[in-house]
Design a protein around this ligand. Structure first.
Ligand SMILES: Cc1cc2nc3c(=O)[nH]c(=O)nc-3n(C[C@H](O)[C@H](O)[C@H](O)COP(=O)(O)OP(=O)(O)OC[C@H]3O[C@@H](n4cnc5c(N)ncnc54)[C@H](O)[C@@H]3O)c2cc1C
Length: 452
């Protein structure tokens, strides 16, 4: 017996996972995606775009009962490989030994989730159906098909999983008491490629996330299973240097040669690609509420578009799905209770990861290459290894601690910041960082925080 009918608008990774959650709880689900089916039309072909999935993402998939097939194809990245301006290479571990973030193909994981959704008897997937209107009182929606014909779809409930530019969210602007903010970052980005060696091996160390931190801008590279790396150049939209200021081939060549000299040996036509591509903007969207009339909800990037500097956008969307999975059971399918409980649980965490992600640009692009930053990380790592019950570094709280909500990680991280500012201000810290008195002082402060 059907528990009711759901429409999910947006068949990206979060919409596909949500459809599986709802289908497995006994709902009839219509999953409507605006683009063609990438499994048939290969829209991702020739372009490996990858993302870092971490413990929160994997944990959420496990809770929903998705097997770890995707992990078998993912590449663990155990540390940051930092490329200095002088070509010097250093390694900064992500966490304790064995901790890794995982490079996965964005299209690949989306397709795997669509395959799982298709195998569920009560989920119907529809491609080339673009949502154009929603009735927020009835959850009825209008979709425009490829042939321009419009289709009205009635359901009991609807979720907008239609991404950072969500149409469902934009339509909600007309509702009373809807709060909305959109903030552009100074940076934009383009993707570049490092091809594989002729034998299919990687040109750079495979099990690392490579970073060329250059303060106001940076280049990063994540490995793909086919031996290539997908690189992303984050650079200001305007100012100097910027996508706007670098217009001539000679200037772009000089920019790459002076900032990423070692990468120039590997990158595939960086200058041509830079001049040819339009840089994509980075922006944050924060809204409230995330649900309307106990009928329509927002999820994933549609509810919380964040910047990618913590590699958590998809992880956060998967956590949204895991939370709904839990609430459907604990609220016994009562959507009058589930919608408010869902946004109450997830909104503070969406806001926290938005803040943490914004801050992490500075950490990645500026401080990763800085001696004091590396020292601070080493002190924290040493202390944390000795007193794990007193100190888990912020990066590990966000990335390797799925039981700690983002909002709690942000709070603890702020406390740790205050403590480390005191430690890093100790006289002679650069020479003495490994000495016992530094550990003793840190222990004293950490105990103070823990017992407050
Ligand atoms: C440069 C970059 C790097 C990133 N790196 C990471 C990372 O390392 N780790 C991480 O966890 N996250 C990362 N992210 C974020 C991650 O990509 C997103 O959080 C994730 O894709 C969100 O999934 P989603 O399903 O909510 O939205 P989307 O992936 O945007 O999917 C939305 C879907 O809805 C469809 N759609 C849109 N409008 C309509 C409509 N009107 N009708 C029907 N369908 C519609 C779209 O075609 C799309 O398929 C990164 C993002 C960027 C930009």
């Amino acid at each position: 017996m059907s528990r009711g009918r759901f429409t999910v608008a947006g068949g990206g990774p979060v919409g596909s996972l949500l459809a599986i959650v709802l289908g497995r709880h006994g709902y009839d689900v219509g999953l409507y995606e605006g683009r063609p089916d990438s499994r048939v039309t290969s829209i991702y072909q020739g372009r490996s775009i990858n993302i870092a999935l971490s413990d929160r993402g994997w944990h959420s998939l496990e809770q929903i009962g998705i097997s770890s097939d995707a992990k078998a194809q993912a590449i663990p990245m155990y540390h940051r490989a930092i490329h200095g301006l002088d070509g010097n290479l250093s390694a900064l571990p992500y966490g304790r030994e064995g901790d890794a973030i995982w490079s996965v193909s964005r299209g690949g994981i989306n397709e795997q989730l669509l395959d799982i959704a298709d195998a569920e008897p009560n989920i119907a997937t529809h491609f080339e159906h673009r949502l154009v209107d929603v009735d927020f009182k009835t959850a009825s929606a209008v979709f425009r098909r490829q042939d321009a014909r419009e289709l009205v779809v009635d359901a009991d409930y609807l979720f907008g999983a239609d991404g950072a530019h969500s149409k469902v969210r934009r339509l909600a602007h007309n509702l009373p008491r809807f709060s909305y903010s959109q903030t552009y970052m100074p940076q934009s980005y383009i993707e570049l490629t490092i091809p594989a060696n002729p034998d299919g091996s990687h040109k750079l160390e495979k099990n690392a996330l490579h970073i060329w931190p250059r303060k106001d801008f940076m280049l990063i590279a994540l490995p793909n299973a086919d031996g290539t790396f997908t690189c992303t150049l984050f650079l200001n939209f305007s100012g100097d240097p910027s996508f706007e200021s670098l217009q001539e081939s000679a200037a772009v060549q000089a920019f790459f040669a002076s900032n990423f000299a070692d990468a120039m040996d590997y990158l595939e036509d960086p200058v041509g690609t830079f001049l040819e591509k339009t840089a994509s903007p980075l922006f944050l969207v924060q809204v409230f509420p995330w649900s309307f009339n106990r009928k329509v909800g927002l999820i994933g990037d549609a509810a919380h578009a964040i910047v990618p500097f913590y590699g958590q956008g998809m992880n956060c969307g998967f956590e949204d799905c895991a939370e709904l999975n839990r609430l459907i059971a604990s609220c016994d399918h009562d959507w009058d209770a589930i919608f408010p409980a869902y946004e109450k649980a997830r909104k503070p965490n969406g806001d926290a990861i938005a803040e943490l992600s914004k801050r992490n640009f500075v950490e990645m692009s500026d401080l990763s290459g800085d001696r004091l930053f590396q020292l601070r990380k080493m002190i924290e790592a040493k202390f944390s290894a000795r007193f794990p019950e007193l100190w888990t570094p912020l990066y590990s709280l966000v990335t390797f601690s799925p039981d700690i909500p983002y909002a709690e990680a942000l709070r603890i991280g702020d406390e740790q910041n205050r403590v480390m500012e005191i430690i890093m201000a100790l006289p002679n810290i650069e020479d003495d960082w490994d000495r016992q008195y530094v550990m003793d002082r840190l222990h004293e402060l950490a105990v103070e925080v823990a017992t407050r």
